[in-house]
Design a protein around this ligand. Structure first.
Ligand SMILES: *Cc1c(COP(=O)(O)O)cnc(C)c1O
Length: 381
């Protein structure tokens, strides 16, 4: 390491200032439990932000929210679920929790999300096996909305519901409608590295109040209405803590600012790489798309003289964190034997892509350090 005592992170927590006020209230009123005023307040804040008549249940993680979404859609052992391959493993793991089988699908080049052609191939495969897939998990990777209209058309054609994995895309929109409000259900994540955080947490979004009620019921151990503990369903301990929800309420006060800051980081990278035709900064295909640019990612064209690994190592020498694109699920040892549909887009993005420091707390100084590395490496002035 050089004389940099400070590390520049890919994406680190960025508190707004009011979080402790809400946590203090929780302590003052002794709501130190997975229920209380912050839980309801945070849900209300999210519903106001998302609009489109959404109901939100806050949970212990985005992964838990996906698990409950699959359960509520009736996904069971042996069922097929279509899932984007180019994503974080938490998009796919809950499919395995239910005993169902993921059908992994390639990405398209524009949004890096579900390729509509490959989605249809996966569905047709399921039908040919006598098992129409029970759900489609559509991710908005790095904040970029997926091809909402194309995927919805397929969902409608085959009558298969969509679960939007909007873990990375809170605040993103397509045609001015927020990500997380297009699917039959959606999930968001408040993990420490996401655009806002509750230290760890997630939410389930649904248009149907009955699903919200069921999510709350299942996430609090499925206790039936009786003076003793009576159970007719298998329950889960997935509800969000009132202390964590306090962090969330504070974070909601600064969400718009965080989106603006991440988008400004993206513009910084677009500017700096504009002189380098061998590097493509992942950007909205056109103005219908609005990404929160949770992470800014680049993709090297085949004519690039440097590799992503060289770029990563050059940043690391200056104590700056970057990270390869998610390794596709169909290439992961743990999912090796599962079906895959599509070509090599996801694999190429993994091999040629890199995520750059994108936190809303990056300073001018940090950006100058990042710029220096890029200028030196590519010999631009
Ligand atoms: C973070 C993330 C999740 C999981 O959310 P957690 O809150 O960490 O459980 C799921 N899918 C994607 C795409 C993510 O980035």
């Amino acid at each position: 390491m050089l004389n940099n005592d400070k590390k520049i992170w890919l994406s680190s927590p960025h508190m707004g200032g009011s979080e402790l006020k809400y946590i203090q209230q929780a302590f003052d009123e002794n709501w130190i439990a997975p229920l209380g005023p912050n839980v309801h307040g945070f849900e209300q804040d999210l519903e106001d932000f998302l609009q489109s008549d959404c109901h939100v249940a806050v949970l212990s993680s985005g992964t838990a929210a996906l698990h409950l979404a699959l359960i509520m859609m009736g996904v069971e052992k042996g069922d097929y679920v279509v899932c984007q391959s180019l994503t974080f493993s938490a998009s796919a793991n809950p499919i395995i929790y239910t005993g169902a089988i993921p059908l992994f699908v390639d990405s398209e080049r524009e949004t890096w999300n579900l390729c509509p052609v490959a989605v249809e191939e996966a569905i047709e495969f399921g039908i040919s096996q006598g098992k129409k897939p029970k759900a489609i998990i559509a991710v908005s990777l790095y904040g970029m909305p997926y091809k909402v209209e194309e995927i919805r058309a397929i969902s409608k054609k085959y009558d298969i519901p969509i679960i939007e994995d909007s873990a990375e895309s809170l605040g993103s929109a397509y045609k001015d409608q927020k990500c997380g409000t297009f699917g039959d259900m959606a999930v968001i994540s408040f993990n420490g590295n996401k655009i806002i955080t509750t230290s760890g947490g997630g939410a389930l979004i649904t248009k149907d109040i009955a699903f919200k009620k069921k999510a709350v019921f299942l996430s609090t151990q499925a206790k039936d209405d009786a003076p003793h503990y009576e159970h007719t369903h298998i329950g889960y301990n997935y509800r969000m803590s009132n202390v964590c929800a306090g962090i969330g309420r504070g974070q909601m006060e600064v969400l718009e600012d965080r989106i603006a800051k991440r988008r400004a980081n993206h513009r910084f990278y677009v500017d700096i790489f504009s002189e380098l035709p061998e590097i493509e900064v992942h950007t909205e295909p056109h103005s219908d798309y609005f990404s929160n640019h949770w992470l800014t990612a680049i993709c090297l064209k085949p004519n690039s003289k440097v590799s992503t690994e060289t770029i990563r190592m050059n940043f690391l020498e200056q104590n700056i964190e970057t990270r390869p694109i998610w390794k596709p699920m169909h290439l992961q040892p743990v999912f090796r034997d599962l079906p895959y549909f599509g070509g090599k887009v996801a694999q190429e993005l993994f091999e040629q892509g890199l995520c750059l420091p994108s936190g809303s707390n990056l300073t001018e100084e940090d950006r100058a350090e990042i710029g220096k590395v890029i200028h030196k490496l590519f010999q631009i002035s």
